[in-house]
Design a protein around this ligand. Structure first.
Ligand SMILES: [Zn+2]
Length: 176
């Protein structure tokens, strides 16, 4: 995010000049601390706005998906069939998400050949950590799936019974 294009300004106008205030509003708020941003109720409202915003932005499924990407990343995806490192832009998304940094440098690997080679180091995010996180979450997920399935099955059994009961009841009678 660029600070220049996204700069928010206080909504108040200067009482002296009548021009819009040039100060930044408090976080989550619309006014700066000189134009009411220090008032407890304004601060509280701003905090609540931030909490709501975060709750909207952070989708648990998305987080889980991201953890899964890191947990199942495969470094082989960074290389082509000949074993050469692919351009970063050609990496699959899951690999790109799993790599925390790359560092390239020119080194003379073989002193005898007299030329330098480009060596690129890839650092990946902590895989065991992500697997552990994923396992913990999967435990929760299993519980959730079981509950849903159980409800679903019970509903089906019930509607099946109802159908049978209705059919029996309707036996020999003209249809409505
Ligand atoms: Zn202001």
């Amino acid at each position: 995010m660029s600070a220049k294009t996204h700069k928010r300004l206080c909504k108040a106008k200067s009482s002296r000049t009548g021009k819009p205030c040039k100060k930044a509003p408090i976080n989550g708020g619309t006014v700066c601390d000189r134009h009411g941003g220090r008032a407890p109720q304004v601060k509280k409202a701003a905090e609540n706005r931030i909490k709501e915003y975060v709750a909207q932005m952070v989708d648990p499924d998305r987080v889980l998906q991201e953890v899964a990407r890191l947990a199942f990343s495969d470094i082989r995806q960074a290389f082509d069939e000949k074993g050469a490192l692919k351009d970063k832009h050609d990496w699959p998304d899951e690999l790109a998400a799993a790599v925390s940094s790359t560092k390239s440098r020119r080194v003379n690997l073989d002193a005898a050949d007299g030329h330098t080679d480009l060596v690129t180091e890839l650092k990946v995010w902590d895989k065991p950590k992500n697997l552990e996180t994923l396992c913990k979450h999967l435990g929760l997920l299993t519980e959730r799936v079981e509950v849903t399935l159980k409800d679903e099955l019970e509903n089906r059994i019930k509607s099946g019974r109802d159908r049978i009961a209705r059919a029996k009841h309707g036996n020999g009678q003209p249809r409505a």
